[in-house]
Design a protein around this ligand. Sequence first.
Ligand SMILES: CC(=O)CC(=O)C(=O)O
Ligand SMILES: [Mg+2]
Length: 207
Amino acid sequence: MENFIKLGRKIVAVARNYRKHAAELNNPVPEEPMIFLKPTSSYIQEGEAIRIPPGCNRLFHEVELGIVIGKRGSNIPYNHYLDYVYGYILALDMTARDLTEVGLPWNISKGFDTACPVSKLITKSALGDPHSARLWLKVDGIMKQDGNTSDMVHNIPKLISYISQFMTLEPGDVILTGTPDGIGPVIANQNITCGINDVLQMSFNVE
Ligand SMILES: CC(=O)CC(=O)C(=O)O
Ligand SMILES: [Mg+2]
């Protein structure tokens, strides 16, 4: 499972899961988790660059905690969620915001090649409490996002139990848990560095 990318399973992403982020976009906070999919062809790892998709003039960063699923399951009970978590990753849900604003679906605006930069796997023990993890992101060294997973509207057991009512979760699937506030634009030749607690940092250039 260290190599969740090679397994090529699905990326399930959660939208508007932090109140301040929903507010910065003037969006309502959904009562139930709001889910979309990103294709696994959008994965990149450190050493690869983020590429601005054709027609995009407002590419935005979103730093997120990702959950890597370790066991197949559907209708997973809330209290059993941890049995299905293999580990975690730090991820970017890169978003072509001008394409998102054209309307739904978000397949291209959030699914273009390079739209999902990810870290290597973080073990459960290395992360500690996933509901108390600092997520931060800097663009060219300037802090833009500085949030904490304690502010998630729908927590990890809720996300796993909710999603698995509709989609069987499989080993290697990744759930992106939504972004805290502070999202903003990046342009070519800028650098994004982000981190989670003192556990891990990663860095990507925009091409
Ligand atoms: C509209 C969005 O970008 C929603 C999203 O991806 C989020 O993390 O919130
Ligand atoms: Mg997102």
